[in-house]
Design a binder for this molecule. Structure first.
Ligand code: MSP
Length: 633
């Protein structure tokens, strides 16, 4: 049996999932479901990228260890995938022991083969951001991210000798036109590879600068660069998470689906790593475009990050899945707006698809007493169209051309709507001599709908099943090739009238707030509601600030000494909104039974209550004078 292995990027756990994460994951889900329908053995992998600077920093800001932080954040992804009806076969976390073992094995193998060497490394280093920049990346000689001065650092590091695979990689891309898709991206990668020498890849970080990573097996003073660790997930998962892993050879993957921003790491780093390991390369790396929101770049600071959960609650999971893949060709950038999604729902889903099912079922009830009629003849045109679409779907979906695949399905929907208008079953029903014709027309519509349910299922699983159950089936049973044959629908069965698939959305129903991510929503979804007894476990007390100073190298963090009946040192991230001077003498509220944490090396024994973020932080202060140490309840 043919196997089919598809992956999404593994997502950083420094943030909560947004529409961009949902996009790639649904794309992989569609092809996974389609290939399962074709009868292939499918391995659909997604997961989380949990090591490295970004995660370590996010954890520090929350006063948690990186692993504790990751354990919490991972739940957000898992909950969203459930809500989005994602059918992944496994979920990899780079902190899994088995994954770490495979990464170390690979590092050792490359080191033993002389593909990894130790060398001095020189670069411009931004201490607060803890990262290197190249001369070219600097902006007016300063850190391009925070604008602070950088210093030249020289240190020893391990390098993967990527440069020697440059020609081999060019050749591979040239000889495999589908290796990188879409074609524009393929040309970009080729252009870049042909125009300049490829460097070697620094794959280590000294532990003294970054501890949150997989230790190098051959040098305990270093951890592995997060991208090297992350890319290996695609292979390591086949060893411990894949179905029937003992007998099935899952590697190489058929598709790695990624966003355009991480194409180089996949097309260049990963491909050359595999070459050095003498392992086969994946069949395809597909780089999709980015979503903007109402014409603007999506960003936390603009506060316009689209929350997929919110969109689903508002418009339903299938409408959201459909919108993502109908609105723009996979590979190009798209713009999310409520107007656009409502437009799609009303025209394509309510009007075209929903109406087709609705009017067909109404007529069946009215004219045939709800019983599927036996057709007097086969409508060859409808049959040919319905059956041909399967070939088109195979062709388009093998290249992840989702929009084209949906266009094909809609050709059948449009055809059937017109077919009803032309054949006017309501007139046939009035003529006793046209009973046979009426049976043919209604059977054709119902059988056509069965094809639609079948074809639409990978895109909109709930809708596909609703259509199928409206036609008297329980689930999609069997293989697509057999099911996509005209005449499968059984006659003589009485059907019940289904609920409308997609009710129209009127502008007045539209909620006012856009589906934007709540900035504070960084905690796991499963812990949204707590009982009073849980709240009572949090000890909040009134305190007075005795001393305050900025923590060196941090814009945000301030070290406070507070009196809560006893003296405590607390680190608070309020430095963008307050100066230390204005804090001294202030009455505040402090969580006093929090586990101690270290933030930028400074101990924190508690947490200050504040609302907002960035420059809009406001410290919570008791409204009237009240003695320090008083409990807040
Ligand atoms: N951890 C790495 C991937 C390692 S894979 C071995 C990573 N993670 S990420 O969480 O930052 O990003 C994951 C994906 O989200 C990327 O494919 C990226 O392109 C995608 N998107 C982030 N913002 C996006 C949009 N606005 N629109 C569409 N996709 C976007 O990178």
């Amino acid at each position: 049996m043919e196997k089919f292995y598809v992956t999404t990027p593994i997502y950083y756990v420094n943030d909560v999932p947004h529409i961009g994460h949902a996009y790639t994951t649904v794309a992989a889900d569609i092809v996974a479901r389609f290939n399962r329908l074709l009868g292939r053995k499918v391995f659909f992998l997604t997961g989380t990228d949990e090591h490295g600077q970004k995660v370590q920093k996010a954890a520090e800001e929350r006063g948690l260890s990186p692993k504790e932080h990751a354990d919490k954040m991972v739940l957000n992804f898992k909950a969203l995938w459930q809500k989005l009806n994602i059918s992944n076969d496994a979920f990899i976390r780079t902190t899994d022991t088995e994954h770490k073992r495979v990464v170390q094995e690979i590092l050792q193998r490359l080191y033993d083969k002389g593909e990894i060497v130790k060398r001095p490394y020189q670069g411009w280093y931004c201490t607060p951001d803890e990262r290197f920049w190249t001369e070219k990346e600097l902006v007016e000689g300063r850190c391009p991210e925070c604008g602070r001065p950088v210093e030249q650092i020289e240190e020893e590091n391990y390098f993967f000798l990527m440069s020697k695979y440059q020609d081999k990689l060019i050749k591979h891309i040239e000889e495999h036109p589908d290796y990188i898709l879409p074609e524009t991206r393929r040309n970009e990668v080729l252009g870049f590879l042909r125009s300049r020498p490829l460097g070697d890849l620094c794959i280590s970080r000294p532990k003294k600068r970054l501890s949150w990573g997989i230790p190098l097996p051959f040098d305990e003073d270093y951890v592995t660069y997060v991208w090297f660790d992350a890319l290996v997930n695609y292979y390591s998962a086949t060893k411990y998470l894949a179905p029937e892993k003992e007998t099935l050879q899952w590697w190489p993957a058929e598709h790695h689906i990624v966003g355009k921003d991480i194409l180089t790491t996949h097309a260049v780093y990963w491909s050359t790593m595999l070459m050095a390991l003498e392992m086969p390369l994946p069949g395809n790396i597909f780089a999709h475009g980015w979503w903007t929101v109402e014409g603007r770049k999506m960003s936390k600071s603009l506060g316009n990050v689209v929350d997929p959960e919110d969109v689903i609650n508002r418009y339903g999971v299938d409408a959201f899945r459909y919108f993502l893949f109908r609105e723009v060709p996979f590979g190009l950038d798209g713009d999310f707006s409520e107007k656009a999604i409502i437009g799609r729902i009303n025209s394509d889903l309510a009007n075209d698809l929903g109406n087709l099912l609705n009017r067909t079922m109404s007529m069946l009830h009215r004219y045939m007493d709800a019983v599927v009629p036996e057709p007097a003849e086969t409508e060859e045109e409808a049959k040919a169209l319905a059956e041909q679409i399967l070939g088109k779907l195979k062709e388009h979906l093998s290249k992840l051309a989702f929009q084209k695949a949906l266009d094909e399905i809609w050709r059948l929907i449009d055809y059937l709507n017109k077919y009803i208008d032309t054949n006017q079953p309501w007139r046939l029903a009035k003529e006793p001599q046209s009973r046979g014709r009426l049976s043919t027309v209604l059977y054709t519509c119902l059988e056509g709908l069965r094809f639609i349910g079948l074809y639409i299922f990978p895109f909109m699983p709930e809708t596909g099943e609703k259509i199928y159950s409206a036609l008297g089936y329980r689930v999609l049973e069997g293989r697509l090739d057999e099911l996509a044959k005209w005449g499968h629908l059984r006659h003589g069965i009485k059907l019940t009238k289904p609920e409308p698939l997609f009710p129209r959305i009127t502008q007045t129903e539209k909620k006012q707030d856009p589906p934007i991510q709540d900035k504070e929503k960084t905690l796991e979804t499963s812990q949204k509601l707590i009982g009073i007894e849980e709240f009572a476990r949090v000890e909040l007390k009134v305190a007075k600030v005795i001393d305050a100073e900025r923590i060196k190298g941090s814009k945000k963090l301030i070290r406070l000494v507070v009196d809560v009946g006893e003296k405590r040192q607390i680190v608070a991230g309020i430095g963008t909104a307050y100066t230390p001077e204005e804090l001294v003498g202030k009455s505040v509220v402090v969580v006093t039974n929090l586990k101690p944490a270290k933030l930028m090396g400074v101990d924190s024994q508690g947490m200050l209550l504040a609302a907002g973020d960035g420059e809009n932080i406001v410290v919570i202060s008791p409204e009237k004078d009240i003695p320090v140490g008083t409990r807040v309840k």
